[in-house]
Design a protein around this ligand. Structure first.
Ligand code: GP9
Ligand code: MN
Length: 473
């Protein structure tokens, strides 16, 4: 009987629908484990979880392990210390704002003479603005953005790391900061079981997580039950930050600009031109992001008033795209490669102590947050980090993996762009020069492809085999 269930499950697992990445689950509503258990019943959940656990332990072979060992030995990890700006912000608080569905194309863009994100535009001027920065998320969306920024590893193409690899050993940024005398907090207005956060946060080193239960919803925004508006999130988080013992790390994750972008009418303050050709969904998105921008502006002003601004390193980024095709609709002003149109998000670094300013278009991504922070704080960067220190990298690049298969999809450097074909075979892909977009012989991208596909593969093996220790030594 058990064998029938086991092989039946395995069969279903490999034949399930794969359109939206894959969560390797029979049930599609895996976002909130509590509601999943409610739907399936505890016995079914237990059986499903046990089988998945057994299957997972078979995913990584001895060959994979030896690949990882060799890769770990031969690669050049990011310089652990002594780069430019190393320790320039030593002892500063780290405040992170991960913004729901914030795309880069809305930054510095006007419609009918009105800025879509006036506050973020100002912050982009006040700090260092990365306008060629990308998100690489798999089926875990927001959770994958959190995972990749906090671990500098790629998320998985076919599974939600936060859910199925929550008990792995990580060397996450909050953990490292705790070792360096920081208190670490997460502040997000959802139920704590969403994306399994209540289980993985302690594993990543968050000492305390504020969730929906810790906030008062004064005005519902978005789809319930998690309908804490961003103004409530920021307004009620500010006194908390003020009360934290310094130095602290606080990660705030917004939610109001989440699809389907439902905003009460009186909060829709963006004046869309009457003759707009945007779809209804795109219009709703702009309203929502305009509201979130206002909430961020108020929060930053609060930080300035209470003195935290000058004593903190502040990072703001979009978690992933909005899935509304807004970048194309706004005219793709940043000339984003077609295959990356929905993945370009802004990243703004405010380092008042160092006064880093300007706009940079180096190819960069969520993987780069970790080493950039450790460098600025003067903390040795662990070898497990896959990203680049954005203030020191000599060969900036960013890489995307294919959903489900996990093969390399797109690689971008300052001079080359590689785009894989449907079948994923290297030679069927295309190699172009950047910025001119001239077609080059495919062999011009060979070294880059090998290096990046090995890194993506290594990252997958690390997670699926719980093998971080192999490369972290
Ligand atoms: C849920 C919120 C949204 O807590 O972060 O997650 P998403 O659906 O964007 O992955
Ligand atoms: Mn999200």
């Amino acid at each position: 009987m058990i064998a029938i269930v086991f092989f039946g499950y395995k069969y279903l697992l490999y034949t399930e629908k794969k359109e939206w990445g894959s969560t390797s689950r029979l049930y599609t509503d895996v976002y909130d484990l509590k509601s999943l258990v409610g739907k399936m019943g505890i016995t079914n959940f237990f059986l499903e979880d046990t089988f998945k656990y057994i299957l997972r332990s078979k995913l990584i072979t001895a060959k994979d392990k030896s690949f990882l060992q060799d890769w770990g030995k031969n690669r050049q990890p990011v310089k652990a210390s002594a780069g430019k700006y190393f320790g320039a912000e030593k002892g500063k608080n780290v405040i992170i704002i991960q913004v729901e569905s914030l795309e880069n194309s809305v930054i510095n863009t006007e419609m009918g003479g009105q800025e879509i994100t006036p506050n973020l535009n100002q912050l982009a001027k006040d700090g260092l603005y990365f306008n060629n920065y990308y998100t690489q998320v798999g089926p875990g969306n927001t959770a994958d953005a959190e995972f990749s920024t906090m671990n500098s590893l790629y998320p998985l193409p076919d599974d939600v790391v936060f859910i199925d690899y929550a008990k792995n050993i990580y060397k996450a940024l909050p953990q490292l900061l705790v070792k360096n005398g920081y208190k670490t907090y997460s502040l997000h207005g959802d139920v704590p079981t969403f994306w399994n956060r209540s289980n993985i946060y302690p594993q990543l080193g968050y000492q305390k997580a504020y969730d929906l239960n810790d906030y008062i919803v004064t005005k519902p925004v978005g789809k319930g039950p998690s309908n804490l508006g961003d103004e409530d999130l920021f307004f009620q988080s500010l006194p908390r930050l003020e009360s934290f013992k310094q130095p602290f790390m606080a990660t705030l994750i917004t939610m109001s600009s989440h699809t389907p972008f439902i905003l009460p009418d009186d909060l829709k303050t963006f004046q869309l031109p009457t003759d707009t050709t945007l779809t209804y969904e795109q219009q709703q998105y702009l309203q929502s992001i305009h509201y979130t921008d206002k909430a961020i502006g108020e929060f930053i002003n609060g930080l300035k008033k209470d003195g935290l601004y000058d004593n903190s390193l502040i990072f703001i980024w979009g978690d992933h795209g909005s899935f509304t095709n807004i970048t194309s609709a706004l005219g793709n002003q940043n000339n984003v490669l077609p295959e990356l149109l929905n993945s370009q998000v802004p990243m703004i670094l405010l380092a008042p102590g160092t006064n880093l300013k300007g706009t940079t278009n180096i190819p960069s991504s969520h993987l780069d947050i970790y080493p950039t922070i450790t460098n600025l704080l003067g903390i040795t960067t662990p070898k497990s980090v896959l990203g680049q220190d954005l203030l020191n990298t000599k060969n900036p690049s960013e890489t995307h993996f294919k959903l489900v298969s996990g093969g390399v999809d797109t690689i971008l450097t300052e001079s080359l762009a590689y785009q894989a074909s449907e079948d994923g075979l290297f030679i069927h892909g295309s190699c172009e020069s950047i910025p001119n977009k001239n077609i080059l012989p495919i062999t011009d991208c060979k070294n880059l492809y090998n290096e990046q596909s090995n890194a993506v593969k290594a990252s997958n093996i690390i997670i699926k085999g719980d093998l971080l220790s192999i490369v972290a030594k």
